[in-house]
Design a protein around this ligand. Sequence first.
Ligand code: PLP
Ligand code: COI
Length: 369
Amino acid sequence: MVATPFFEIYPNSNPIKREKRKKLLETPGFGTLFSDHMALVHWSEKKGWYKAQITARKSLSLDPASAVLHYAQEIFEGLKAYRSQDGRVLLFRPEQNAKRFAQSARRLSMPVLPEEIFLGAVTELVRVDSKWIPEGVDASLYLRPFMFASESFLGVRSAKKYIFCVIASPAGAYFSGGGELVTIWVEEHLSRAAPGGTGAVKCGGNYATSLEAQALAHEKGCDQVAFLDVIERRWVEELGGMNICFVLNSGILVTPPLGGTILPGITRSSILTLAAEAGMKVEERGYSFDEWQHDAADGRLQEVFACGTAAVVTSIGRVRHEKGEFVIGNGTVGSVAQELRQKLVDIQYGRANDSYGWMRVVNTPKLYL
Ligand code: PLP
Ligand code: COI
């Protein structure tokens, strides 16, 4: 058993000045702005997990032979810290991210980070950098835990040294323009994941292989790419960075089943719970691109939306593909998506009763505010 390491805290001696930080937090955007600190833990075959610290955010120095640079042994997570109106700092289901991180580590043949170290790193970083949580509507502090092989060795095998790190990035809406409505490109040739591959875990390689299709989507004037299954190129799987849900006008919410090629999204699972609670019939079943087109054409398909930590719940208004394009419903933000999104963010921001016990409070001493 690994003892919970004590995170030593080395405060940043040159943090961003208060006025500048406040200005930056007014328009955080997504993924370009970073807090003053980071969490860092090392692992080696000899020492196990060691040197757990919260320290000034700085560049990492890597030997050019570090295994991650050659064989892509890298995994990551994404979760958010929210500030409630009454000043509490809240994390949404962080244990689920810790569990998925462990599954990703197993699949990439990396050491499994104990849940208490994952949660300790995230919590301590949020505590130290709580003043970096933006306060605007739908704004949060996006947390990015990641781990990579740092051993300098060119032989192909699991590395014997790793670095686990968490960085924090104040965030607003993921999609540029802040819209809650996006256009999707359905990719019929390039694949994201195959059975037996890494589609169900969160490793950098999955995203690297999605980028060509994502670039094509942008060329076609779309915000995101939807991938089909690799065998029949028929079944809708998920988007490059989020899961997908279809709302039929019979009050049914359909989403592709988790079969090893789709990331088991924490937002997805929460949305399915909230939809069932709202009286919808939830069906986790295969939904083909043909069915999607037919349902959209005959009016059976009421809405489609994407869901994920970064995207929250975002309606898909228009779909483009090689042979044309079609509109979902009347091409505007769907009312079911809007209602489910509201239910979710009300829990996340501490405005609604957390009846499922999803939220964790981070005690942030006045010292850091
Ligand atoms: N699918 C992919 C490929 C993703 O990158 C993400 C985002 O993390 C999701 C789904 C949604 O997962 P979650 O809701 O846990 O953020
Ligand atoms: C997340 O939602 O956390 C992701 O990792 C997806 C990515 C599009 C930022």
